[in-house]
Design a protein around this ligand. Sequence first.
Ligand code: KG4
Ligand code: ZN
Length: 332
Amino acid sequence: MRVLGLETSCDETAAAVVEDGRRALSDVVSTQVDIHRRWGGVVPELASRNHVVQVLPVVDEALRRAGCTLEDLDLIAVTRGPGLLGALLVGVQLGKSLSAATGLPLVGVNHLEGHLLAARLLPTPPEPPFLALVVSGGHTSLYAVEAYGRYRRVGSTRDDAAGEAYDKVARLLGLPYPGGLPIDRLAQTGDPRAIRFPRALNVPGVYDWSFSGLKTAVRNHVRSHGVPEGQALADLCASFQEAVADSLSRKVVAAARELHHGDVVLCGGVAANSRLRALTLERAGERDIRVHLPPPALCTDNGAMIAVAGTEAWRRGERGDGQPVVDAGWTP
Ligand code: KG4
Ligand code: ZN
């Protein structure tokens, strides 16, 4: 079964062809970060307009790299939420048009389910039940994947998403948007113990997070010491990154142990973070919990994960009416 996955929920225009929900034949992403960078964050209207410009070339390229045409496909899957309303509409409208023109069936997919299922594309994917942390610019939620299509949220952030905290702290430090990678890079040469930043909600049995206090602590530090440079900047980045990675990995591994999960998946853009990956592996390893880490390209927004989620929805008989409706605030 060959599925075309379309993703336009935020600032990435993406399309991919995936075979049998397991093998990506192509995975093309056109990012708009250069457009949004000068505004310090995603501007919804600019995102929609650029999806309109990019989406057809991206689909063409995905088909070309997969060595197929629309006739070789069996299904089209498109993100219908959550995300930016105008951005989502571009992908969903294109999905409907392609479906009408070709007669191919169309399914609407949840963006978060896409992130949760990205690990299906790993050489040895985890089988449900497993625990998955979706940690991105818009979301920080922990799900028990009981079966494909059956997700139970066991924890989430009570305020900012972890990626949002990265992006806001980067802005405070005068670093480019999005802030995750620049902070991650600077942290490599910094001392994570230089500044003791707070870990919120550090309570056993609570798998929720809060990052707004951490962001405020960084702001207060900058207020009293000025924007750091050189080694002091690296130290601040490392200390901030340690607080985020410590808090995320501690709770994910505790939840795996307490809820009896032997497999854990990290997904979403922040799952590309070097310290989060290392610390989760270290802590899980001590407890014989397997950690599945999709490569960074599968962690950030992409079309392949949407094709996988569409394939799984189709397999379990979720056909819809072929006319998916955009739902900007949809949570699984
Ligand atoms: O999943 P994603 O591409 O888009 C959303 O659905 O939000 O995630 C983007 C987020 C941004 O906040 C970015 O700063 C963060 O992922 N990010 C990282 C790293 N790479 C990207 N955060 C920490 N460390 C990284 N290496
Ligand atoms: Zn995402």
